[in-house]
Design a binder for this molecule. Structure first.
Ligand code: ATP
Ligand code: MG
Length: 336
């Protein structure tokens, strides 16, 4: 499958009152057309800002490194250098929504409280699909139906606050999809929902992704969710991708100690009475990024004199798999 998105050497820095911090460090990943990439990592690992960078949605105190390359191939097959589109340009408006859709982590971020759900959907549909008002309304109702909202022809005239949390999340998905994106970024779209509704929304998103043949980036802190929804996975720790590959392979046979730790933290159905084992230790603050491998301060297998000194580069261990860890980089370690 051809890659529809390639991100190479993405680094993001922020100017802050405490100086410059770089919470995303040399990140490389890709999304293949029709497949789902799961981006997983603990809070603060840089998942949201990495995807916001694609959409040029970072705040004004952020900047990308000169080495950053982000290339998106649009529906017509044209290559577009993301991150360099002119603010307010027609091209950026076309890409945002019509080519790449984003469901945000913050509930309500996509909806304005002042307009009905239908009006907001129609605006997106008229802009990105070129439909007239009446046809756009029909299409909005069809999309609300598609995401499982009952009585869609009445719901379309309601305001976002009139819907329950689960319903609103479905409406947000419908709003994003109504612009017809080829790539969908879903940033923890189920975190704010209760568990049964979470499972329903997850199923819905997987079905829609398959039906519509979209590429998807699905962000979560839960490897269990990755197992359910993702084809490929990239595991992030402190702004670095420490391991990536096909989701099933990585989950069956994790190579990075951090991925192993995340897997140990998932309660299995047979062992629900066992205590959960979260990865021990605290995540270092981005202002005090460890030298060497960023994970060495929490890693039980860290090699003194190596892991705390030099950052490992990414090595391909098995075809299709890559890991950034000295335990898998013997040749490089001897050379270093
Ligand atoms: N506006 C900002 N100014 C300065 N630093 C920021 C800003 N936004 C984010 N950061 C830094 O980037 C880091 C990563 O943020 P990000 O929101 O991408 O984390 P995340 O992986 O999405 O976490 P979560 O799971 O909690 O959503 C933060 O921990 C913070 O240090
Ligand atoms: Mg986030």
């Amino acid at each position: 499958m051809p890659k529809m998105l390639t991100v190479e050497n993405l680094s993001i820095s922020f100017r802050t009152s405490e100086g410059v911090i770089t919470p995303v460090h040399d990140v490389t990943f890709g999304v293949e057309a029709g497949r789902t990439l799961g981006l997983v990592g603990e809070s603060g690992s840089g998942k949201s800002i990495s995807t916001k960078a694609l959409m040029q949605l970072l705040p004004g105190n952020a900047s990308l490194s000169g080495e950053t390359r982000m290339t998106y191939t649009d529906k017509a097959g044209k290559e577009i250098a993301l991150g360099r589109l002119k603010t307010g340009s027609k091209e950026l408006r076309r890409i945002r929504g019509g080519e790449i859709g984003m469901i945000f982590q913050e509930p309500m971020a996509s909806f304005s409280p002042d307009y009905t759900i239908g009006n907001q959907m129609m605006e997106a549909i008229m802009l990105h699909r070129g439909l007239k008002k009446r046809a756009a309304r029909e299409y909005a109702i069809e999309m609300l139906n598609k995401v499982g909202i009952s009585n869609a022809s009445a719901r379309v005239d309601q305001y976002p606050h009139e819907l329950s949390g689960g319903m609103r999340q479905r409406a947000m998905i419908a709003l994003t999809l109504s612009a017809g994106p080829a790539l969908l970024i879903a940033d923890e779209p189920t975190t704010a929902l209760d568990v049964t509704i979470q499972a329903q929304v997850l199923d819905l998103m997987r079905d829609l992704q398959r039906d519509l043949g979209m590429g998807m980036i699905f962000i979560t802190h839960d490897l269990g969710v990755i197992a359910q929804i993702a084809d490929d996975v990239a595991v992030m720790y402190l702004g670095t991708i420490v391991e990536r590959g096909p989701a099933r392979d990585v989950i069956r046979n994790p190579q990075h100690p951090y991925t192993q730790g995340l897997l140990d933290a998932i309660p299995s159905v047979e062992h629900l009475h066992d205590r959960l084992k979260p990865v021990p230790g605290d995540i270092p603050s981005p202002t005090a990024r460890p030298t060497g491998c960023p994970f060495h301060t929490r890693c039980a297998q860290a090699i003194a004199g190596t892991c705390d000194v030099t950052a490992p580069t990414e090595v391909s261990t098995i075809p299709g798999r890559a890991v950034r860890c000295w335990l898998h980089s013997d040749k490089d370690r001897n050379a270093a």
